[in-house]
Design a protein around this ligand. Structure first.
Ligand SMILES: [Zn+2]
Length: 268
């Protein structure tokens, strides 16, 4: 398969736009998408100190890599990294190990914040306490993670938090908002989220498909420990992911449609 633009060997065929791209043109295209997202949403104004949330995965490594590249061109920009220790048995240790590797590779200072220090409980303990309730653990954990990241970011003098959220994550969040009652998770997290500081959360990768983010990270040799949270596959989001992946296979471009439709609804 040849690149539609330059005839060199292609590394990807994008069914949703019917073209193949070589390594260089694939990187260029993703870089452009990310730059456009940052510019259009005015995510990083001059003089920003961005704390990048490191979840230990390939997307975190990619986000840190791209923002560090941006900071090389913009000396007004400061980049730090924060990893959250949720206190999930075995998994959290893996995430921290991976975060150290990712931030070391990018030569960026890494800060750690734990649920135990911030909320006096680990996620495992919080979930055990609310035993019997059919909760979406990921929704609970996500609310807590935002508070932890926000507070830590304020503590180190950052003025925004960059989240490693790709377009598939965005689609899952949009659809799960329609299906799930956020009050269930809110009942547990409310006491903690009250303490949420006002800090802007930005998602520079939110227009990059999960598969393309993974391919970019792999081709650049951005290492991350492939750990998976034990709660992931029992979450509502996982079920939505499975359905969306099936639909998108038969109807390429469907994920883009969900994000676009949601943006239209929000504008009213
Ligand atoms: Zn090419």
């Amino acid at each position: 398969m040849q690149c539609t633009k330059c005839r060199k060997r292609a590394v990807i065929f994008r069914r949703y736009e019917g073209r193949a791209l070589c390594r260089k043109h694939f990187f260029d295209s993703v870089d452009r998408t990310v730059r456009k997202t940052i510019r259009m949403e005015k995510q990083i104004p001059r003089g920003s100190h961005v704390a990048v949330g490191i979840y230990g995965d390939g997307d975190s490594a990619l986000l840190l890599y791209l923002l560090c590249n941006l900071s090389k061109k913009r000396d007004d920009l400061k980049i730090s990294a924060i990893v959250v220790d949720e206190g999930i048995k075995r998994y959290s240790k893996e995430v921290i190990r991976s975060a150290k590797k990712i931030s070391g590779q990018a030569e960026v200072a890494l800060y750690t914040v734990s649920y135990r220090d911030m909320f006096a409980m680990t996620l495992d303990e919080i979930m055990r306490k609310s035993k019997g309730e059919d909760l979406d653990r990921c929704a609970v954990c996500q609310s807590l993670r935002f508070v932890a990241l926000g507070k830590k970011a304020c503590g180190i003098g950052a003025d925004r938090v960059a989240l490693p959220v790709n377009m598939d994550d965005e689609v899952q969040a949009i659809i799960s908002d329609y299906f799930c009652d956020g009050d269930d998770a809110g009942a547990i997290t409310g006491q903690f989220t009250k303490k949420m500081p006002v800090i802007q959360m930005i998602k520079p990768l939110s227009r990059v498909l999960a598969g393309e983010a993974a391919l970019y990270a792999k081709l650049k040799g951005l290492d991350a420990v492939p750990a998976e949270c034990p709660y992931t596959r029992v979450s509502v989001r996982w079920k939505i992911k499975e359905v969306m992946d099936k639909l998108d296979k038969r109807h390429p471009g469907m994920k883009f449609n969900v994000v676009r439709a949601n943006a239209r609804f929000q504008k009213g």
